[in-house]
Ligand binder design. Structure first.
Ligand SMILES: [Zn+2]
Length: 326
């Protein structure tokens, strides 16, 4: 199994459970197949060092598979789908959907429905796993008859319930990304840095993006904000004793400014470091000093890297063996 297939595996798993819902009891072979597959994926991710460095959608898929790997959760999942199916059959629309698939999965929204020809795929949040009949009725009625205040209130009440919130929490990527030591560095803690910077420079109003140590020790770029993933990557070369907490906070601040200010588009080009950005950046305490520290660090890392390369070359000459560089 390749780890990049996680999203496909989770979709297949969700649909297989739905298609074989009556065969998901006790010792059935189909049920054992599904469970074995879930466990094998979860184990493989753990073997590869956890989910921290997977792309966002794979982390989402992994969080869901990990949740289902718990036997009690799996039972609850199957029961929920049976209840949902019963409610759907009572309330199916006219003309009927000949092929209806219900995927209960890691979805941020409550539900999403797509219909093409006679085929309808309804994706619902795994958080509905503990929903009672009334909640499912409200969901299907919202979908087929239209939303109403009463139906929305029922769904919202459920989504605020403790049981539901616990599932939502388990589905969040930061719940699984901390499985790996890579999310928290050996020296610096990104969560703590975010808290400091958010409190001090954003009045605590900044919504927390995902924070990751990158696998690679880049020294040209120390941080990078990805708006599509709402994620900040930090170069592992910052996770070292010779890097001050202040410097980590500065990189955090810089990347959070990217999140806050976005980019300007002019003539098909994207500008992130606009004059307004540069102005805002200077609000960081001791800006000039920290900026200098950052530049010194970049120089130091470049030198270290050159030294390593030279050592590698010498070794290559001596042993006559080509050393594969990563
Ligand atoms: Zn930048």
């Amino acid at each position: 199994m390749k780890i990049r297939n996680l999203v496909k595996i989770s979709t297949d798993t969700a649909q297989t459970i739905w298609r074989h819902l009556d065969d998901m009891n006790g010792m059935s072979a189909k049920r054992s197949d599904v469970l074995a597959r879930i466990h094998s994926v979860v184990d493989q991710v753990a073997d590869l060092g956890g989910a921290a460095n997977l792309p966002g959608p794979s982390q989402q898929a992994y969080a869901w598979l990990k949740f289902l790997s718990n036997p009690a959760h799996f039972e609850a999942h199957v029961s929920a789908l049976r209840l949902a199916r019963a409610v759907f059959q009572e309330r199916a629309p006219e003309p009927p959907i000949s092929q209806f698939i219900l995927e209960m999965t890691n979805l941020r929204a409550i539900y999403r429905f797509r219909q093409r020809g006679g085929r309808g795929v309804l994706k619902v949040s795994e958080a509905l796993v503990y929903a009672d009949r009334a909640v499912w009725e409200a969901l299907f009625d919202s979908l087929f008859l239209g939303k109403s205040d009463a139906r929305s209130a029922l769904l919202n009440d459920y989504f605020r319930s403790e049981a539901c919130q616990a599932v939502q929490k388990a589905m969040r990527v930061d719940a699984v990304s901390t499985d790996s030591p890579r999310a928290n560095g050996q020296v610096h803690d990104l969560d703590a840095s975010f808290e400091r910077v958010n409190t001090r420079y954003f009045s605590g109003q900044m919504e927390k993006p995902r924070l990751h140590w990158n696998r690679r020790k880049t020294f040209v770029k120390f941080g990078h904000y990805r708006p599509d993933q709402d994620e900040i990557m930090f170069s592992l070369s910052l996770d070292a004793e010779d890097v001050s907490q202040e410097l980590i906070d500065f990189v955090m601040y810089h990347e959070l400014l990217h999140k806050q200010l976005g980019a300007e588009h002019k003539g098909g080009r994207r500008y992130s470091h606009t004059p307004a950005f540069r102005q805002a950046e200077q609000a960081f305490e001791n800006f000039a000093l920290v900026k200098q520290e950052l530049e010194d660090l970049a120089t130091r890392r470049r030198q270290e890297s050159e030294q390593r390369n030279n050592t590698d070359k010498r070794r290559w000459i001596r042993t006559g063996r080509r050393k594969k560089r990563r």
